[in-house]
Design a protein around this ligand. Structure first.
Ligand code: CA
Length: 228
């Protein structure tokens, strides 16, 4: 049975969602504020998160960013009308779907099913992933090129593992700062350029025919991998 984490501070809504989802065959756990949501997310490793935006402690946007830094777990946002418009451009698709309040619980169940049916990214938490002769052990935080260990700082490792989870997708410096460095990072986007430079150097023995980090001028970076 798939596990859904319902994050909602309004108890009646949380209860209704829980009842409908259980009826539909899901396991359900709940959290009533943003801090608890992240704790429960870590502890439970749910298959999907239903996330209210207006929450005490940490709001849904911050919770979403934190979840995205660690996982590709699908997230459906529950928003009041208008909340989405303010933030949608900055968010750039961090959520898999969103539902505007007020909603029919049947609709929520249908959306949960639809999102869970979508193919997931190839990389799951705790695995190691291989692109030709580059192997990234996501759990053990180790990187190997042609079997030789590569030393990276924790931040550079985070950037590489983020890239590895999203191959062949382009990210702006701001998006990378947001999703790897974190929403409260105060430094400049030069940090991204420097980290990419260090990564390229560290991965210099990884053949370009297998993959590379490419610069898209005026846009950002892409971790491009080629089928072999
Ligand atoms: Ca709320």
């Amino acid at each position: 049975m798939k596990l859904v984490l319902v994050v909602e501070d309004e108890v009646p809504i949380s209860r209704v969602l829980t009842a409908y989802l259980r009826q539909a065959g899901f396991r359900v756990e709940t959290a009533c504020d943003g801090e608890k949501a992240l704790d429960r997310f870590e502890a439970l490793q749910p298959d999907l998160v239903l996330l209210d935006v207006m929450l005490p402690e940490k709001d849904g946007w911050d919770v979403l960013k934190e979840i995205r830094r660690r996982s590709s777990c699908p997230v459906i946002l529950l928003t009041a009308l208008g909340e989405m418009h303010q933030r949608v451009s900055g968010l750039n698709g961090g959520a898999d779907d969103y539902i505007t309040k007020p909603f029919a619980p049947e609709e929520v169940v249908a959306r949960v099913r639809a999102v869970l049916r979508r193919p997931r990214p190839m990389v799951q938490e705790g695995e190691s992933v291989q692109f030709g002769s580059l192997r990234i052990d996501l759990d053990g935080h180790r990187v190997y090129v042609r079997g030789e260990p590569v030393t990276l700082t924790p931040r550079d490792f985070s950037l590489l593992s983020f890239f590895a989870r999203h191959p062949n997708r382009t990210f702006s410096r701001d998006q990378l700062l947001d999703r790897v460095w974190g929403w409260d990072y105060e430094g400049s986007d030069r940090a991204v350029d420097l980290a990419v430079k260090r990564l390229r150097k560290a991965l210099k023995d990884w053949p370009k025919a297998e993959g590379e980090i490419i610069t898209l001028r005026g846009v950002g970076y892409q971790f491009r991998v080629y089928e072999n």
